[in-house]
Design a protein around this ligand. Sequence first.
Ligand SMILES: NC(=O)c1ccc[n+]([C@@H]2O[C@H](COP(=O)([O-])OP(=O)(O)OC[C@H]3O[C@@H](n4cnc5c(N)ncnc54)[C@H](OP(=O)(O)O)[C@@H]3O)[C@@H](O)[C@H]2O)c1
Length: 278
Amino acid sequence: METVKLNNGVEMPVIGLGTFKANDPDECEQGVVDALEVGYRMIDTAQSYGNEEYIGKALKRSGVKRADIFLTTKVWFRNFENARASVEESMRRLGTDYLDLVLLHWPFGNTYAAYRDLEKMLKEGSVRAIGVSNFNPDRLIDIIEYNEVVPAVDQIETNLAAQQLEAHEWLVKYGVQHEGYSPFGRGRMDGIYDNPVLVSIAEKYNKTPRQITLKYQLQCGVVIIPKSVHKARIIENLDLFDFSLDSGDMAALKGLDRNAPMTGTPQNPETVIRSLYW
Ligand SMILES: NC(=O)c1ccc[n+]([C@@H]2O[C@H](COP(=O)([O-])OP(=O)(O)OC[C@H]3O[C@@H](n4cnc5c(N)ncnc54)[C@H](OP(=O)(O)O)[C@@H]3O)[C@@H](O)[C@H]2O)c1
């Protein structure tokens, strides 16, 4: 498994399994077991996904050593006043005594209190890296300036329709790893997989359009976490390491950006915040 070195020296796999909406206990557990069996070494979850317990069971069942797995969870913003207790509860559900990466899920509520708790846990060693999610560059720079530890990761929606090219530049500048979520637009990128540019590149490399979108993101320096609970798709989404896109194809794929994320505050701040608070 290829890895990237985070700003604190911790190695993070470049691809992991997403688990948002993997809420059927058996399906989620089996999906994680399958992913570990076929070579995934990173699992992404969050308190708000409600599946940490199923993932904990899968980790145990898989037989893969805990030390070989990179496990990420996220603190829900309503728990930011008590982030430590909340992370400890996640560890209990996941059946682990440490986490590889803990993220503040959204830049809402008392982010400062929560981040200070994470900084303490990092120093104590129960968490190997800390970071943020859904932080646009202004919020990211604020958290960097206001605190001691520079976040290791910012996990933001990134896919062909929302390539986050400007945000990526800021992340590189501040040494924060860009981790992309919803690499397929969670099935909502209407028509993109029929796009003639994407289809012809896929044919050229004898890959599927989805594999091309994932490979494009990897070559842009983005860590990816495609979600599936189906073994054939889990395998397809990992089968990315026997080819490289050339510079002409990279440029053509960059041209598909619509700068249109489904989530994130700049597009519709009121809607996003209200949907989470109420
Ligand atoms: N930080 C955040 O706020 C945030 C927000 C959203 C997501 N995330 C993380 O990012 C992960 C990925 O994002 P996502 O779950 O939103 O969406 P995604 O990975 O872009 O898309 C997942 C959807 O694509 C389907 N799919 C996966 N592989 C496929 C394939 N090879 N062929 C056809 N369909 C395929 C899945 O179906 P099946 O499962 O039925 O195969 C599922 O419906 C999440 O699971 C979560 O871990 C984080």
